[in-house]
Ligand binder design. Structure first.
Ligand code: HSE
Length: 316
């Protein structure tokens, strides 16, 4: 058995507009590299935090990765412990699943260092425990796609019931990250405790139609359904220029445009790469009109979730 394992855990997008707290997709090209080392001592600790975010908590009770690993260690009932080093590739407070990636990467790597084999479903509760430290709540819509890959709907967490949903092959996700930080905890505090039954009915119709559109490869139906009627109205004001960026994306042919997770990143699903390039350009331009610098990506929905990158199968 190895003493050290490194996992790449992809960025992810929670909610996907239609499914607050239950639907999420993995994203391509951005992610955290998480290295876990086996220790003889019964502790779980941080080794290092490097990359594009370094000012994260290092207290084991406050860091998403160590909390997730502590939970895994308790479940495995082992004598030893773990040291985790995180190379952050995901911007902080961006709505791109940074805390989930560190938690998922840690448990996927940690499980490789334990006796026996651990199913992905068995790792989900431990990653969720880590994610909850960052957002103050148990929500699976970043952790599940980061772990399983693709577009997934979490019907229930205990026991986990995670449903993969097919994505029409040409679909590309534009992500435009304005230079702002919104802590998920704060974005959740903006939301009401309850919503009118009529709003729930309308949003459920959109979620059902969106899922049907994905199964039927029906981009027109996806384009009619990809709307957030219940959360976006409460959070849009957190992102300067939101309405202009969304309007520009839709006018340029996006299937739908809303907040990625809790924001401030905005996403737009598009029919293909060439549409996505046009949509990205107008979204970036709309933020520029508000004097807000951005970073932008175009991502397919990758089928693969967090996976071991070292040692590679060829390594001794
Ligand atoms: N579903 C979560 C939220 C995602 O919207 O608060 C956080 O990235």
């Amino acid at each position: 058995m190895n003493d050290e394992v490194t996992v790449f855990a992809p960025a992810s997008m929670g909610n996907v507009a239609v499914g607050y707290d239950l639907l999420g997709s993995a994203l391509d090209g951005l992610g955290d590299r998480v290295t876990v080392q086996r220790l003889d001592e019964p502790v779980v600790r941080i080794g290092s935090i490097t990359g594009r975010v370094t000012d994260l908590p290092t207290e084991p009770a406050d860091n998403t990765a160590t909390v997730a690993l502590r939970s895994l260690r308790d479940a495995a009932d082992i004598d030893g412990g773990f040291e985790v080093s995180i190379e952050k590739g995901i911007p902080l407070g961006s709505g791109l699943g940074g805390s989930a990636a560190s938690a998922v990467g840690a448990v996927v790597a940690g499980a490789e260092l334990l006796p026996g084999s651990w199913a992905q479903e068995a790792l989900l509760p431990h990653a969720l425990a880590g994610e909850a430290v960052a957002s103050g709540d148990l929500h699976p819509d970043n952790v599940a796609p980061c772990l399983f890959g693709g577009l997934v709907l979490t019907r229930a967490m205990d026991p986990p019931d995670v449903v993969p949903i097919p994505v029409p092959s040409g679909v590309r996700c534009v992500l435009v990250h304005p230079d702002r930080v919104i802590p998920t905890r704060e974005a959740r505090a903006c939301l009401p405790d309850s919503i009118p039954l009529s709003d729930s009915v309308r949003q459920t119709a959109h979620l059902g139609a969106f899922v049907a559109g994905c199964y039927r490869d029906d981009l027109a139906l996806i384009g009619r359904a990809l709307r957030d009627l219940i959360v976006e109205p409460h959070r849009a004001a957190l992102v300067p220029g939101f309405a202009d960026v969304q309007e520009a994306a839709m006018a340029a042919g996006a299937l739908g445009c809303s907040l990625s997770g809790a924001g401030p990143t905005l996403f737009a699903w598009c029919r293909g790469s060439s549409d996505a390039e046009q949509v990205r350009d107008v979204m970036v331009e709309a933020f520029t009109q508000h004097d807000i610098p951005t970073e932008a990506w175009i991502s397919p929905i990758p089928p693969k979730g967090a996976h071991v990158v070292a040692p590679t199968p060829a390594d001794p």
